[in-house]
Design a protein around this ligand. Structure first.
Ligand SMILES: [Ca+2]
Ligand SMILES: [Ca+2]
Length: 254
């Protein structure tokens, strides 16, 4: 594991302990297993998928095992594609996959043009992992994913979470932060920078038990926008978008 992740994990533990009295032992951070890859990420993505188990697709209700996966490519999303109002709860209403998104921005965009419809320069930056659509918040480079029992408004927890990113240029800026049900941070993990022409990066984390209630995904250093170019295209910001989001079966939280 690269040293930078250890440092971030220690920081997260220290932050989590700051309210403890001197005589009380701090909470022990659960042991995370981290999966990461850059370049051809397929093998590592498959390893993570296999760890979680078979896909439960959009099957309603809590399943005994397996994973859920959002690839943004389904025909059901087509009416919302290339607009800034992709429904935050699409993946637990239209498709019952137990995922609800929030952002401090103004919305979400599911894009079939590699975001070239937003800025023609983006076609040279972004790529898909699963053909052909990719996703980003609008007006922010940060989004949260909350988990629910598939097809129900019931809070849930998962044991693993991962994302395929596109166009990570800067190290330690594109991150996944995980939170437990009580709001405590479980740690911040950073995605490796791109390393080949396709420009994909993968980062995932698992725990032995389903303890992840929320995740915060930070994409590079700024939001996409008309006239906003990537750091590799003369701009000041590292722009990053995401493709496949893969997570353990959401289990009812207690
Ligand atoms: Ca896709
Ligand atoms: Ca970038």
């Amino acid at each position: 594991m690269p040293r930078r992740w250890i440092g971030l994990a220690v920081l997260a533990v220290m932050m989590g302990c700051k309210d403890d009295t001197p005589t009380a032992p701090g909470p022990v951070a659960p042991q995370a297993t981290v999966y990461f890859a850059t370049g051809d990420v397929s093998a590592k993505v498959d390893e993570f998928r296999n760890t979680l188990g078979a896909s439960n697709g959009g099957t309603a209700g809590e399943q005994p095992a397996g994973r859920r996966e959002i690839n943004w490519d389904g025909a059901g999303a087509n009416p919302f594609n290339n607009r800034n109002d992709f429904p935050a709860d699409f993946f637990n209403t239209n498709v019952k996959a137990g995922a609800v998104f929030t952002t401090a921005g103004t919305g979400f965009r599911n894009d079939s043009t590699l975001f070239a419809d937003l800025n023609p320069a983006y076609a040279a930056q972004f790529n898909f992992f699963s053909a052909t659509k990719i996703f980003a918040p609008v007006g922010s480079n940060q989004l949260d994913q909350l988990f629910e029992v598939a097809g129900q408004p019931t809070p849930a927890v998962v044991r693993g979470f991962g994302v395929v990113f596109s166009d990570v240029d800067l190290e330690d800026k594109t991150t996944i932060q995980l939170f437990a049900q009580d709001g405590r941070s479980l740690g911040i993990f950073s995605a490796p920078a791109r390393s080949d022409a396709r420009g994909l990066s993968f980062l995932a984390i698992t725990y032995a038990d389903a303890i992840i209630a929320r995740v915060r995904i930070t994409l590079g250093t700024g939001a996409l926008g008309v006239g906003v170019n990537d750091v590799s295209e003369g701009g000041a910001l590292d722009l990053v978008v995401l493709d496949n989001v893969i997570y353990g079966e959401p289990r009812k939280a207690f």
